[in-house]
Design a protein around this ligand. Structure first.
Ligand code: RTP
Ligand code: MG
Length: 143
């Protein structure tokens, strides 16, 4: 199978818990490679744009407030089946439903503060990667 890329965010709660390295270890142990990364503090405009698909949802305001509450790590992960593999490593959106051993089971406190984001499809991955990284910033093995 061809290499695929996905986009990942370590959210403000997990950065505050000082578990960036632990989460990177999970990605690498699963065979995903970090091919771009940076720490940023999202502006309100950046967070609203990133989650625009949820604009009409009742939790949108709280989601934007949380995502701008502290720095995040954003990264591009590359590997076979990267989108689905990352979603599997992350676990369900609500940590109460997340399987034991997943990131959200281990590091998330609630559905609102759930430690990580991962693209839900290859198309959204491409859009989300382009939202945060230029082509030159992605050190992919496929380039
Ligand atoms: P993400 O986009 O952050 O990776 O999470 P996801 O795909 O698992 O979930 P999604 O449906 O895209 O929702 C984005 C974020 O909005 C918050 N949310 N709250 N209270 C609720 O019912 C609710 N539903 C979603 C979560 O923080 C979720 O990560
Ligand atoms: Mg989502």
């Amino acid at each position: 199978m061809a290499l695929e890329r996905t986009f990942s965010i370590i959210k403000p709660d997990a950065v505050a818990k000082n578990v960036i390295g632990a989460i990177y270890n999970r990605f690498e142990s699963a065979g995903l490679r970090i091919v771009a990364a940076k720490m940023i503090h999202l502006s309100q405009q950046q967070a609203e744009g990133f989650y625009a698909e949820h604009k009409e949802r009742p939790f949108f305001g709280a989601l934007v407030e949380f995502m701008t509450s502290g720095p995040v790590m954003v990264q591009v992960l590359e590997g076979e089946n990267a989108v689905a593999k990352n979603r599997e490593i992350m676990g369900a959106t609500n940590p109460a439903d997340a399987l034991a051993g997943t990131l959200r089971s281990d590091y998330a406190a609630s559905i609102d503060e759930n430690a990580v984001h991962g693209s839900d499809a290859p198309e959204s991955a491409a859009r989300e990667i382009a939202y945060f990284f230029s082509d030159e910033e992605v050190c992919s093995r496929t380039r």
